[in-house]
Design a protein around this ligand. Sequence first.
Ligand SMILES: [Zn+2]
Length: 300
Amino acid sequence: MSIRELIVLGTASQVPTRARNHNGYLLRWDAEGLLFDPGDGAQRQMLMAGAAASDITRICVTHFHGDHCLGLPGIVQRLSLDKVTRPVFAHYPASGQHFFERLRHASSFYDVTDIRQEPVTAEGVIAEGPFGVVEARRLDHSLDTFGYRLVEPDGRRILPDRLTEHGIAGPMVRELQEKGVLGGVTLEQVSEPRPGQRFGFVMDTRLCDGVYALAENADMLVIESTYLHEDERHAVDHGHLTARQAATVAAESGVRKLVLTHFSQRYPDSSRFHAEAAEVFDGEIVVARDLERIPVPRRA
Ligand SMILES: [Zn+2]
């Protein structure tokens, strides 16, 4: 069984609190480990969560405010210390290239990791692989910000009993998968449709088209809800979302599992985010907690 889960490294916006680290997320998706927005302390949070630097294959930074990138120096240097020599791809807004360079080379260390810098200059597909594609969409914050989503293509699931029924075994299975038909037996006869999964990641932003594009039919949507509705004025002024807005997007976009995070320090009680979101979204809601592992829901 391949693992698809979100490991929450932190849930605080702007400043850490006693209960919340600066935000940060590791998405484990089969052989991929996508590290999103590593804030300050991400290296130690990974240790606490039971994740290793060597799990990281890709780093995606939405924007260059400290709570989304100050963990990069520690992560980059830890990759080298742990002798990760395969490429690690880094995606971030191209306008923040100078910030990335500083964080990448923040202090002296024995540098062996092949960090492939892939700055995002426009919306669209930024990476392709066995996982499908990673896409970027523009968000609306006080500086250049991109959100990301992972889209797995639809496929087919092989049914072992049907294979037996048709006398197909061993290397014949792969041959059938490649050719689509073998000895009069079609792939359709021995398999069923397997819908691709989607993961959306929306950080600091006002409501905008990009938010909806990233949320569309997501099996899991990780989205900032810095504020509660009672402080919506602050959310609009500072380029953020409320829990109600985030949940409304989820409800209108066919999201299955909604993960709220990036909370303002003004709300020590996280349960209020759940209550507010549940007023408008009837799917599964998770108010993220530091070091929590949240499974991507199984296919419907
Ligand atoms: Zn932030």
